[in-house]
Design a binder for this molecule. Structure first.
Ligand code: PEP
Ligand code: MG
Length: 585
């Protein structure tokens, strides 16, 4: 038995066999082929090898030209692999004997090849493994044409173990087959964590080396409450966890009270509790968990992992399906927020992976009005089918908001000319997730209808802590006084200008912090659907007066830990013990 501690990403406990996605894997499908297809698969291998050789020669030439002398040795290992008869024959043998597709055969042979090299007592060859992985990836990419996440082909329920999962990979995994996630990298607000939370799948991220420890099919426990992953658990440990699962399932059932009603405090302050969704398949969860609508629909998932940009018609259909399902409750559609850890795969868009300060969100949209207007037109048309609001991500100042609004007006004019229906009074909101927007919220509030505070980004930008980096995750503190001060001033600025202020960052689902936010006067909290009931019930059990008092006091502490400790103490006194324990704060 091996135990590893990571970062809690999504509550619950999952027990099952591992499905391992190694960092160097390209999600290779295993397909059985007919005898007649053998020569075609061998031809595809030759073709991929020739193409890769051409690519590498090209790079070699470029480097030699730019640097001015022969750097050929760098590619020695690359050519070594491409010309290695033993490797090539092993792949062909597998295709012929096992009747499997070339991608699968190649991935198996290359794995054997690398394992053999790693065992050799030769420093030079061992160091070349990284080059071999690189060339293997190129060959594989050429055979697969592109990374194809849909190849994650789960036949039975498994725990996904991965170094990292891109949002498009996560989106493509058949969720009903996933018992849990255990991931090497990432923090609480990286997108794998967000999706896992939305779907109510237990997840632990930031485990550093879990992919190196776990072998395919190993029995695993993913404890999303404590952030612990147990590999090959003992019988005793398994029994312990089976019990935990039974208790947890009972709690979930008990919490699914069909008519939870509105979140109104005992002294009459109402707070909208809405849901965040990423994928169309999550829309069913919005009503199931009793949310008052959708406070954040992350539309970028309509764009991710596709070869081409989705058309206006395609987007219109996707949005209106969601709007109709949630009607008469509102849906806040956020315009495409790509960049950071959500990178588009369409050709011609050179986005910087991992850069949260770069060409992303509204910046990308304003630079590509063709893409942006197509989306705006689709959203506007969907607004004829129910209650829709538009929200712009990553606004950093008034000018950006004005430019984005101009494009909405232009899109409205076009649609009106074409005789297409839309809500001409559609509300427009700005996400406040950049410190400059937070500090100029009083200006922004005069030019939009609402704010939604995006704490996932606001925290990373104001504390200078990459939200996806597990090494600095300990610094990612929603209760940090700097964050609280910014939030208070955003809410106050909104209210002074008579607009409502919500929050769609993950912070809104943390019970102690939700209590604080109510006290600061927040009007809406939007969160992963499975958290809605808990937060609604919490608000029904407190008074606005006590929340206000607690918030005021909380703002006087100088460190996050004291803020949370204090709020926990207040809630412990205010709530009955069973409910307090259920909150797991
Ligand atoms: C946020 O930044 O808080 C937010 C809700 O947006 P995302 O997590 O998609 O960046
Ligand atoms: Mg954000």
């Amino acid at each position: 038995m091996i135990k590893r501690k990571g970062i809690v990403a999504s509550g619950g406990v999952g027990i099952g066999k591992a499905y391992l996605i190694r960092e160097d894997d390209l999600y290779v499908p295993k397909k059985n082929i007919a005898h007649a297809d053998i020569s075609r698969e061998i031809y595809r291998l030759e073709e991929a090898l020739i193409k890769t050789r051409g690519q590498i020669s090209g790079i070699q030439e470029k480097i030699s030209k730019e640097i001015g002398f022969d750097h050929g040795r760098i590619f020695e290992a690359h050519f070594l692999v491409l010309e290695d008869r033993m490797l090539i024959e092993d792949v062909i043998k597998q295709i012929k004997n096992k009747k499997v597709n070339v991608e699968y055969a190649f991935s198996q042979s290359i794995r054997k090849y690398i394992d053999t090299l790693l065992k050799l007592n030769d420093e030079y060859l061992r160091e070349r493994v990284i080059d071999i992985k690189d060339v293997a990836r190129r060959v594989m990419q050429s055979m697969l044409k592109e990374k194809s996440p849909e190849f994650i082909n789960l036949k039975e329920k498994r725990i996904i173990v991965a170094h990292d999962l891109t949002p498009s990979q996560t989106a493509a995994i058949p969720k009903e087959k996933v018992l849990g996630f255990a991931v090497d990298v990432g923090g609480r607000t990286s997108h794998t964590a967000i999706i896992a939370r939305s779907l109510g799948i237990p997840a632990v991220v930031g485990l550093k080396d879990i992919t190196k420890i776990v072998k395919e099919q190993n029995q695993l426990i993913v404890d999303g409450f404590s952030g612990i992953v147990v590999v090959k658990p003992t019988k005793k440990r398994l029994d312990e966890y089976e019990k935990k699962i039974a208790i947890y399932s009972k709690e979930i059932e008990a919490a699914k009270k069909p008519k939870i009603g509105k979140a109104v405090t005992k002294d009459g302050k109402a707070v909208e509790i809405s849901a965040n969704i990423e994928l169309p398949e999550e829309v069913g969860l919005v009503k199931k968990y009793g949310a008052d609508g959708i406070g954040l629909y992350r539309t970028e998932y309509v764009f991710l992992g596709k070869k081409e940009m989705p058309s206006e018609e395609e987007q219109y259909k996707a949005y209106s399906r969601i709007v109709k399902k949630v009607n008469p409750d509102p849906v806040i559609i956020r315009t495409i927020d790509v960049g950071g850890d959500k990178i588009l795969s369409q050709p011609g868009l050179t986005q910087e992976a991992g850069s949260f300060l770069g060409w992303r969100a509204i910046r990308f949209c304003l630079a590509r009005p063709d893409i942006f207007k197509t989306q705006l037109r689709a959203i506007l048309r969907a607004s004829a089918e129910g209650k829709v609001k538009i929200m712009f991500p990553m606004i950093s100042g008034v000018e950006e908001l004005r430019q984005a609004k101009k494009l909405v007006t232009a899109s409205k004019k076009e649609l009106a000319k074409e005789g297409k229906k839309f809500d001409s009074d559609i509300e427009i909101g700005a996400m406040i997730e950049v410190p400059s927007a937070a500090l100029t919220a009083d200006f922004l509030a005069k030019e939009c209808n609402f704010f939604s505070i995006g704490t996932n980004d606001l925290i990373q930008y104001s504390l200078a802590v990459d939200r996806t980096n597990e090494k600095v995750a300990y610094l990612y503190e929603p209760g940090h006084p700097a964050v609280l001060k910014l939030i208070k001033s955003i809410i106050d600025s909104g209210h002074k200008n008579n607009i409502w202020v919500g929050m769609c960052g993950e912070m809104s689902a943390e019970p102690v912090l939700a209590f604080l936010l109510v006290g600061l006067g927040i009007d809406e909290l939007s969160m992963p659907p499975p958290q809605v009931l808990k937060i609604k019930e919490l608000i029904q059990k407190i008074t606005f007066e006590e929340a206000k008092k607690a918030a005021q006091k909380a703002l006087s502490f100088s460190v996050a830990r004291d803020v949370e400790k204090y709020l926990r103490g207040v809630l412990r006194k205010a709530l009955d013990k069973d409910f307090f324990d259920f909150l797991r704060v």
